[in-house]
Ligand binder design. Sequence first.
Ligand code: UDP
Length: 342
Amino acid sequence: MVGNRPQFIKSAPLSLALRAAGIDETVLHTGQHYDPVLSDVFFAELGLGEPAYRLELRTADVEAMRPEIAAALGRERPDWVLVYGDTNSTLAGAEAAGETRVAHVEAGLRSFDLSMPEEHNRIAVDRRADLLFCPDERSAAQLERETVRGRREVVGDVMADAARLFAPIARGHSSIVDRLAVAPGDYVVLTIHRQANVVPARLRAILDGAAAIGRAVVFPAHPRARDTIDRERLPVGGRIRVVEPLGYLDFTALVSQAAAIVTDSGGLQKEAYWHRIPCVTVRPSTEWIDTVEVGANVLAEPEAISAALAAVRFPPDAPPLYGDGHASERIARHLLGSLSPA
Ligand code: UDP
């Protein structure tokens, strides 16, 4: 069950691993975030095939999603419902599962910021799940503290699998750096899409902060950010270049050759780490706290972006974090084990 961009990316390596393990997968796309630039390109590019169910709901309303998902599950009668991450689609899928067992990929992550709707979704889905696939020991320990009833398995992060599998292909095939006429190692990539950051005053401050960086900044603007910029006629100064959101391969080629990343994305903080690129995160908290603790990622308010960027360096001795890029194979093995006759 998928509903938005990061979930398509997470599901791609897992679909390959499930196929390799001989497990049948039926993909349901809730259409929570429907925008062709955030959706269609990923199915084609990541070899996902067309989803069997496309609900085209275009809503983040859990109440609206739940019955439609339940109807599809009633037809398919799967052994497992697989949900990813922390969106309303994740919650709706888990709640719609009824008697069907639920496996949660990216279980146990917490930002401890209950003002984020995602934090509520994480907690609720982990309470419901029968099998919890944790990216690391920290998330497994968190679930132990919360005494969830499902079985925990530390498998690593499926996004690391995607980065491992697709980054070399991306750099080999994408011409994005040439198309944007930027020099590898000499530009910053900016992404902003959290609800709290796209309100006009805050987005204006972020754009001012990014303009102050004084070097080329490529900003593939999520439709949500683009809407605010256009509607409020926000000034885009400095050397910021606003472009359309990019497909995963172009985006991966771009970020993996950047000097630094400025973002409010969850996934991108980790990808920056795997690509060994320093990151500034424009959020008061992060669920990827290890990247901050080792000094590769800094949390900054909009006005501090430029100073934070000047100070952050990717530590040469940074330890490996969030798995080895083989989480999908482990997940497929656990699911297969649960399907075998006892
Ligand atoms: N991404 C992409 N194209 C873009 C911006 C981001 O493919 O123009 C990818 C990025 O590599 C990462 C994922 O989208 O894998 C992150 O998604 P997003 O920032 O929307 O969500 P979050 O991670 O915050 O849940």
